[in-house]
Each structure stands twice: as structure tokens, then as C-alpha cells.
Design a protein around this ligand. Structure first.
Ligand code: RIB
Ligand code: CA
Length: 311
């Protein structure tokens, strides 16, 4: 039986690619999409989520998340990475689909209580919704099956930060929420920059996906052009990292990654704000965090899953 998944996301170009991946993965059943502020304002990312479910004919409902982090200001969206509309300036529109009446945090609580032990959360944006859900009902920590997070950086493979020298964007964007999520006693796996920056999608592979994956292939090709140009120019790499799809790959095939197990803390102030640390002596539960990856196998999994298409 497929594992029930709530996708907590700030679409976002790599988020859109990850949503397509989940939709096509036979081992995952998408039961809802919760939106976060990050790659755009909450209005933008929620509009984009609705646009994507409409275009890709995905039946899952969309739940609007928090407009601001728990403590710090929201900041400006990174339009230079994801475009003015956060989907690579592709002019996303919504004709029919509507946002649901429950908030993202309420939906997460509802899922945990309705399907105890059965739901995975794949979180690829700021962790505000997860922290708010834990605040609403701390009992959900014992009821969520697992939490897979794209976020953080530990300096492995030379990757220590993408928003500051030491912090990754999803954690830096709401460090207080991240710290609450990492302090909770639920099974968490972090998929940090240490591995996601190793998983580089080339034009060659994107063109194969575009040719073989129908409308979904065309959509991921179109939205990713802006992102591809950003990474080629700014980071001088031949393609772009598929950050959020890396978390989906971990959910589907964890054996493609090696992980460390330790309590994880988040720096909450100063120049290091948002820095994640493996802290063996910290008085909090141990969590997994990825240290290395078979990048070629993750990219091949992405390609074959999209080419196979939705079930
Ligand atoms: O640091 C990369 C992460 O920040 C990705 O989830 C990307 O979509 C942005 O949210
Ligand atoms: Ca994201």
C-alpha cells in the first residue's frame, strides 16, 4: 500500500518539480498540499500550488499556510532565483481550483489524528506550518509516521550555506520553527545542501524528460528554465540542483543516501542564524541527516518516475 504523504511546500521551481515527482511515485499517495512562505509570499505560493494541481490534474487539496515566520520578519522573496511569480515567470493562473478552508497547521493535525502512524510529511519550505501544528496538538509527534525535510547544511562535501555562509534558506527563513521541529520526538530525516548540491539536473536529462513525460515533462521543462539560468550564471554549474526532489527521492529510496544520526540544533541569532548543527550532547531526540548520496541514481529515479507518469 502506498504511504500517505502531505507535501509542505513553497512553490517555487524545484518545489513544482518535486510535486510532479510525488504525483508519479507509485510508493506515495499525496493526500494534501500545505503551502509555506518562502520562494514567494503565501499568496504567491498558494496560487502556484493551485495552478500546479490544476495543470497536472492532481486531486489533492491545497491548504494555505502561515504568512510569516514565528519570530523573525518574512523578508523578500528570492525573485532572482525563482522569478517574479516564483515559477520562472511562466505566468501561472488558476481557473477552477480553490484553497481549502482549514489552515495548513489544522490539516496536518487532522491527518495525524485521522491516520495515526500512516502519514509522512515531506517538507520542502520553511517549517512554520509544522511548528504551528505541534503547538496546536503536541500529540501529533507520536502519530506522524515520518518527517522528511529538505533543509539545513552541515558543511559536508563543501556545502555549508546558500542564504548565508552557514545557513540554508528553508531553515534560515524560520529558524525558530525549525528548532521546534528538530526538538520534537518524531522520526525526522533532514536532506541538507551537503547532498542536494551534489544532485545536478543537466539539460540533457531535462530534454529527455521533456520529450518522454508528456504535459508534465513540458511543465517541468518550462518552469525550470529561469532556475537553470540562475545556477549556470551565479554558481557556474552545468545544470541546477534539484533540492526539493532530493527529499522526495529520500522518501522513496532512502538506501540511495548515507545518513548520520544525532540530535540537531539550529542557531537562533547572530551571524550564524539558521545554521544547523549535529550536536551529540544536546538534550533532544536524535534525527537522521544525509551526509552522502548516489546522485546519479537519484537523477535516474527522477527521470524514470516522471517518464512512467502518474498512476
Ligand atoms: O535551499 C533550497 C530550498 O529553498 C528549496 O526548498 C527551495 O525551493 C527553497 O525553498
Ligand atoms: Ca522549496
Amino acid at each position: 500500500m502506498a504511504e500517505k504523504v502531505v507535501f509542505d511546500t513553497d512553490p517555487g521551481i524545484d518545489d513544482a518539480m518535486a510535486l510532479a515527482f510525488i504525483d508519479c511515485a507509485r510508493s506515495l499517495e499525496l493526500i494534501g498540499i500545505t503551502t509555506t512562505t518562502g520562494n514567494g509570499t503565501i499568496e504567491t505560493t498558494t496560487r502556484n500550488a493551485l495552478h500546479l494541481v490544476e495543470c497536472l490534474d492532481i486531486p489533492a487539496s491545497v491548504f494555505r499556510g502561515a504568512a510569516a515566520p514565528l519570530v523573525i520578519p518574512a523578508g523578500s522573496p528570492p525573485t532572482f532565483v525563482h522569478g517574479e511569480d516564483a515559477l520562472g515567470n511562466t505566468d501561472p493562473r488558476v481557473e477552477q481550483r480553490e484553497v481549502s478552508s482549514l489552515s495548513a497547521a489544522e490539516f496536518l493535525v487532522d491527518c495525524a489524528n485521522r491516520y495515526p502512524g500512516e502519514v509522512a510529511i515531506i517538507a520542502v519550505g520553511r517549517l512554520t506550518n509544522l511548528a504551528l501544528a505541534l503547538e496546536l496538538d503536541p500529540g501529533i509527534a507520536a502519530k506522524i509516521g515520518r518527517v522528511v525535510i529538505m533543509g539545513g547544511a552541515f558543511g559536508g562535501n563543501g556545502h555549508s550555506g546558500n542564504i548565508t555562509k552557514v545557513a540554508e534558506a528553508n531553515i534560515h527563513g524560520d529558524p525558530h520553527a525549525a528548532d521546534i521541529v528538530l526538538a520534537a520526538d518524531w522520526p525526522v530525516a533532514l536532506v541538507p545542501l551537503d547532498v542536494t548540491m551534489q544532485i545536478i539536473m543537466t539539460d540533457e536529462r531535462m530534454l529527455r524528460i521533456r520529450a518522454a513525460a508528456g504535459e508534465m515533462g513540458e511543465l517541468v521543462w518550462q518552469v525550470s528554465r529561469f532556475y537553470d539560468a540562475f545556477y549556470r550564471e551565479r554558481h557556474d554549474i552545468d545544470g541546477f540542483p534539484v533540492h526539493d526532489s532530493s527529499a522526495v527521492a529520500f522518501a522513496i529510496a532512502p538506501a540511495l543516501f548515507d545518513t548520520a544520526v544525532a540530535p540537531i540544533t539550529v542557531d537562533l541569532e547572530g551571524d550564524g542564524m539558521g545554521r544547523t548543527r549535529r550536536a551529540p550532547d544536546a538534550d533532544r531526540p536524535e534525527h537522521e541527516s544525509c551526509a552522502s548520496v548516489d546522485a546519479e541514481a537519484v537523477l535516474a529515479l527522477y527521470e524514470e518516475t516522471l517518464v512512467q507518469g502518474p498512476s
